[in-house]
Design a protein around this ligand. Structure first.
Ligand code: ADP
Ligand code: MG
Length: 692
């Protein structure tokens, strides 16, 4: 049978009926897709040793001849064991495999073979336990499972590494027919391997150097593609129109002067960047990045004020109902005395700062253009929400939204304009990462905190020091402060953590602080109940609020200066930093207590990092070291990580090179008329991406 790249996998003889369904599950339908299914790591078995050089406790590859091979029952557990004695000119060694009796049919005394695997010392005798084995072929290059750098794929249960490697070895020859979609000039300038060679080497590398070059080429391709995509998106956006928002200088100054504090320098700079963007007739697409508590809301308000004074509408989307309500209440207060009509729109809670008959009227007023600012949750993207003239969309904690949800709000207006978009995130993504991950966004960074904030004292608290901390909390509360207690979701059957948080509440309420009023917050409460819990806490009617992680983002209760996090080791660094950001919002000294019973070295090290690192950006860099960029909070949700199968956001040099290549191409041919293969690749990429 002559194979082609388009060949369906079930028609490839080597694949067979049994493996085809497993491959389909992995999203592999054709020979070409199989070639594009890259290993996620490698085992280097390329060094072939003499048997006498092999040492216990190491891994090794040897080449030898089978002397004896037979099946046995082990004495202990009656397991079926295949034992072989293999020797070379220096020594012989035993190899054992469990539950593979058919081996004696494939391997015969006299066969020359390679063994690769772990060598153990069994009562003074060395042996290979479950090694990879492969008969010696004439050319070393032809070895698939041993005596080479061996690819390891991520697989489902119904296919083994060995099976997939075999199938891959049968189709790898097709790599020759892959069309190289990168322009020759880019390949030359960046000294890249041609595509077919890179694909061949990424599966079956000749050596480490070739593997590195293959990886570099494939990474380049991935990073080139995402950057080309955002480059095009950015250009496309420039082709569209937005409402020009005239800067109302006098009113803006008056508003700023009415605040109980002065804006920080960073707030002024970022505010000005945004106002300048709004003043153009091209849609703004800006990410406002600032650490937790750095004061992003007020910067957004400057944009809102100017938009509304231009008689245009704004939408403000927050990820949780609690946060949306908080914004509604705070922003309504901030704009008291200004002619700004504001509504709150969440699934269960709808209201406005003007008289309305019922919920339905809110939708009507939005459509009639009679509400200036609508603050809400995902409820804002329902079909029945139709703005008359939406000029500004603000997305708070944007990393909590899917790309699709973010896009949905950017509807077109009747006059054909597109709203300006301001995304905000407290997830401090290192700048280099942000620029790649959100390549089509402009970036504004608030790089300082409001003055007078004290460093939050962060401490890891082992069980024996709990009583001492509770005593401290009680004293602080008596001095007028308040505290949050965060409980993780412990029991998987308890998806919303309701059980865990109730237990904690009972304990604190009955045993630890019987004299204090305590509130209980979780996602299962009705909206009115949530609101009451929040309000009681804000008005200091309750002194402690026990909560599930629902209050992770955005919540602002400046008088609460303590946060106690239960089983802190269960949370990621960025998430812990977000929790910690709930306190330290006033001039009082704040505290973050990380309760943990864990002795896990890695976990403790992570918590220590949090205790030492107060700056979110620094923390994000450290997080990056701990977990790699794929896991860093915010990036994972960017819809971006899916597309980087091999490349990492820390591949700075390749990021830079591919970005330059993209810019050069777009500068010269922004429609990609001369690059049909790039267009084709982008189209495919668009289909594969999971934009949620
Ligand atoms: P975040 O950036 O996390 O969204 P917020 O906008 O919620 O932060 O602001 C945090 C707190 O800081 C709020 O209580 C807000 O009123 C206050 N704040 C904002 N800007 C300043 C400032 N320049 N000086 C003092 N306090 C400020
Ligand atoms: Mg915020």
């Amino acid at each position: 049978m002559i194979l082609s790249l388009k060949h369906k996998i079930e028609n490839i003889t080597a694949v067979g009926k049994r493996i085809a369904p497993a491959l389909k599950k992995l999203g592999v339908l054709t020979a070409e897709e199989l070639l594009n299914y890259f290993p996620f790591r490698y085992e280097d078995w390329s060094q072939v040793k003499k048997i006498e050089e092999v040492e216990a406790g190491t891994t090794a590859t040897v080449k030898g001849q089978i002397e004896i091979i037979q099946n046995k029952r082990s004495q202990w557990k009656k397991r079926l064991v295949t034992e072989a004695i293999v020797s070379d000119e220096t020594e012989s060694i035993k190899a054992i495999w469990f539950h593979q009796p058919y081996l004696t049919k494939n391997l015969r005394p006299g066969d020359q073979l390679f063994l690769s695997g772990k060598v153990e010392d069994k009562i003074g005798e060395l042996q290979f336990v479950h090694p990879n084995y492969e008969k010696v072929s004439r050319y070393k290059q032809e070895m698939t499972h041993t005596a080479r750098i061996v690819p390891i794929y991520s697989l489902t249960k119904s296919v083994t590494e060995k099976q997939l490697r075999y199938v891959m070895s049968q189709v790898i020859g097709l790599a020759t027919y892959l069309k190289d979609w990168l322009p020759e000039s880019v390949i030359k300038k960046n000294n890249l391997l041609p595509l077919s060679q890179a694909v061949r080497q990424i599966h079956f590398p000749n050596d480490q150097q070739n593997l590195n070059r293959a990886l570099e080429r494939i990474k380049f391709d991935e990073l080139f593609t995402v950057q080309m995509r955002s480059g095009l998106a950015k250009r496309a956006l420039q082709q569209t129109l937005a409402q020009k928002i005239e800067f109302k200088e006098k009113e803006t100054k008056k508003f700023v002067a009415s605040l109980p504090y002065s804006l920080t320098k960073a707030q002024k700079i970022t505010g000005w960047e945004i106002i300048k963007d709004l003043g153009r007739n091209k849609p703004m697409n800006r990410l406002l990045e600032g650490d937790v508590g750095s004061g992003k809301t007020i910067v957004a308000c400057l944009a809102i004020l100017n938009t509304v004074l231009n008689h245009e509408q704004c939408a403000y989307m927050a990820p949780t109902e609690i946060l949306a309500r908080q914004h509604y209440e705070n922003i309504t207060k901030l704009f008291a005395g200004w002619p700004i009509k504001i509504a709150l729109l969440t699934g269960a809670d709808k209201r406005a700062n003007i008289a309305i008959k019922d919920d339905k009227e809110i939708y009507k007023l939005i459509t009639a253009g009679k509400l200036d600012l609508v603050i809400g949750t995902h409820a804002l993207i329902q079909a029945k929400v139709n703005f008359d003239k939406l000029a500004l969309v603000i997305i708070d904690e944007q990393h909590r939204f899917g790309v699709g949800q973010r896009k949905a709000l950017k509807q077109k207006n009747n006059d054909g304009t597109i709203p300006h978009l301001l995304s905000m995130t407290a997830t401090p993504i290192p700048r280099s990462l942000a620029l790649t991950a959100y390549g089509d966004l402009d970036l504004s960074v608030i790089n300082e905190m409001p003055p007078g904030r004290k460093e939050i004292k962060t401490e890891i608290v082992p069980p024996e020091r709990r009583p001492e901390k509770y005593k401290f909390v009680l004293e602080q509360i008596k001095a007028g402060r308040q505290a949050f207690v965060i409980c993780p979701l412990i029991d998987p059957s308890d998806k919303l953590g309701v059980k865990a948080v109730k237990e904690e509440y009972e304990k604190l309420d009955k045993k630890i602080f019987p004299d204090l009023p305590i509130g209980l917050m979780h996602g299962k409460l009705k909206p009115q109940e949530k609101e009451k819990v929040m309000r009681d806490f804000l008005e200091t009617k309750t002194k402690i609020m026990v909560s599930t992680p629902v209050i992770e983002v955005g919540i602002d209760v400046p008088n609460s200066t303590m946060i106690l996090i239960e089983s802190a080791e269960r949370f990621g660094l960025a998430q812990l930093h977000q929790f910690r950001g709930r306190v330290g919002r006033s001039q009082e000294q704040s505290y973050c207590f990380l309760f943990t019973e864990s002795n896990n070295v890695e976990a403790i090290r992570r918590l220590q990092t949090l205790a030492q690192c107060k700056n979110g950006f620094e923390l994000a860099e450290r997080d990056l070291e701990f977990r790699g960029p794929g896991e860093v909070y915010g990036i994972r949700q960017s819809g971006y990580n899916d597309q980087l199968k091999v490349a990492k956001l820390t591949d700075y040099i390749i990021i830079k090179k591919s970005k330059t290549a993209v810019e050069e191409i777009l500068a010269q041919d922004e429609k990609l008329n001369q690059y049909p293969l790039i267009r084709e690749r982008l189209k495919k990429f668009e289909l594969e991406v999971h934009w949620e």
